[in-house]
Write a protein of this length. Structure first.
Length: 242
């Protein structure tokens, strides 16, 4: 019998759950080794990196589903985890980007629970932030949620994000007014893009062409006066739309 599935409770062959490919980026080998040992079977660690420059090389080569990223890293220009996010995003936009690089999602893991650290990596594009006090099971569950498009934070850190991205963006009435600028379809597309879905995934989910999705995204960014999907995610997070 093929080993690509498993027998379900009714005796039929069901699809085995897909394994999420992960890269661990942290400058402490002991932490990387311990985290690898504690992660659930749903995650497969395909590579590791210890510096900003190593991280860029490893992520571009492995193109994982999720990167577990430390905030404070040596190398590069001193920007740490945020620099990794920015450089990967720049490479993904270039003509030489490996296929699928733009779909890689990032979950920050740090000993720090300082607001500045949290906000810096979220602004750079991370989909979540956990402290290193989290258990292997918690990191595994968070990586699954991030890979699925959710935003995930350790409980006390979510307030930092909402406060940071809410500041200067207007009160509730203004937020409602901004949302009202979007058509119902544009709001659907906006939420999926803000959650990290690729254009092809949005198109398949909403039964649209990729070109139509691109048009909707362009209209959303123009109407909200935003520049890119990272700013769109921040905008949606600050309004509790995700």
């Amino acid at each position: 019998m093929s080993d690509t599935g498993q027998i379900d409770a009714q005796g039929g062959l069901s699809e085995a759950p897909s394994v999420i490919r992960v890269v661990i980026v942290d400058d402490h080998q002991i932490f990387r080794t311990g985290l690898r040992a504690e992660l659930g079977a749903q995650l497969e660690v395909v590579d590791e990196a210890a510096t900003v420059d190593e991280a860029l090389d490893v992520i571009a080569r492995a193109v994982p589903d999720v990167v577990l990223l430390d905030v404070h890293l040596p190398g590069g220009t001193g920007g740490g985890g945020a620099e990794v996010l920015q450089r990967v995003a720049a490479l993904a936009r270039s003509g030489s980007a490996p296929a699928g690089l733009g779909a890689v999602r990032f979950l920050a893991l740090s000993v720090s629970d300082a607001a500045d650290d949290v906000v810096s990596v979220i602004r750079a594009g991370a989909r979540g932030y956990l402290t290193k006090a989290s258990s292997g099971a918690e990191v595994t569950a968070a990586a699954q949620r991030v890979q699925g498009g959710d935003a995930v934070f350790s409980p006390r850190l979510a307030g930092f994000v909402l406060d940071a991205f809410g500041a200067g963006l207007g009160e509730t009435a203004e937020a409602d007014d901004e949302l009202d600028r979007l058509s119902a379809r544009e709001q659907e597309v906006m939420r999926m893009i803000a959650r990290g879905y690729a254009y092809k995934e949005v198109a398949a989910e909403l039964f649209l062409s990729v070109k139509t999705v691109e048009t909707h995204v362009s209209n959303v960014l123009r109407k909200l006066q935003l520049s890119n999907r990272h700013e769109l995610t921040a905008w949606a997070l600050s309004r509790r739309l995700l």
